[in-house]
Design a binder for this molecule. Structure first.
Ligand code: 5GP
Length: 180
């Protein structure tokens, strides 16, 4: 049976890198694509990183029960399109890369989902990664840091947590959990 896997963790913790590595190494795994109302960052493509849609369209989709979960952060909406995930699950294990609240909502709707939280070796390390990524102002980074502390507080409600100290080790750990 194909599994629904949720990978969460603070921005900048490397969860995207881990998720991408997993689908490259395992042809029976696929990434879900979320909808968002935020603007694409440089290098991002509609239908690849996200489906970038206007707020009105997002709200319509909420009203039509079109999301497995959705949330609002940094004044934008993010959501997991239900049809897209259920369709993909017919063929492959589907990985959702979403925030902690979203992950817990998915678990409510689909208790068989496996929730994995990626942890940074330290909070300082996260701040440095965000600064290095250079896509946001320092003020925004501070806001994200507050959110990160909140997310890490929900660790106990996840099925597994994996520290991303050495990337290769973290990838293998997550892979082993999924294949268990
Ligand atoms: P970013 O703007 O950096 O791409 O994402 C901001 C936050 O939104 C991240 O914590 C990311 O995991 C979360 N996110 C992305 N897609 C979804 C989604 O479909 N649902 C929820 N709840 N959060 C999401």
């Amino acid at each position: 049976m194909n599994k629904l896997v949720v990978i969460s963790g603070p921005s900048g913790v490397g969860k995207g890198t881990i998720a991408k590595a997993l689908i490259e190494r395992n042809k029976d795994m696929a990434l879900s694509i979320s909808c968002t109302t935020r603007a694409p960052r440089i290098g991002e493509k509609n239908g690849r990183e996200y489906f970038f849609i206007p707020k009105e369209e997002f709200k319509e989709k909420i009203a039509n029960n079109g999301f497995l979960e959705y949330s609002e952060h940094f004044e934008n909406y993010y959501g997991t399109p239900k049809d897209f995930v259920l369709e993909k699950l017919k063929e492959k294990t589907v990985i959702l890369e979403i925030d902690v609240n979203g992950g817990l909502k998915v678990k409510e709707n689909m208790p068989e989902a496996v929730l994995i939280m990626i942890l940074p070796p330290s909070l300082e390390e996260v701040r440095n990664r965000l600064i290095k990524r250079n896509t946001e102002s320092l003020e925004k980074i501070e806001k994200r840091m507050q959110r990160i502390e909140f997310e890490l507080g929900k660790k106990e409600q996840y099925d597994y947590s994996v520290v991303n100290d050495k990337l290769q080790v973290a990838i293998e750990e997550v892979e082993n959990i999924i294949k268990k």
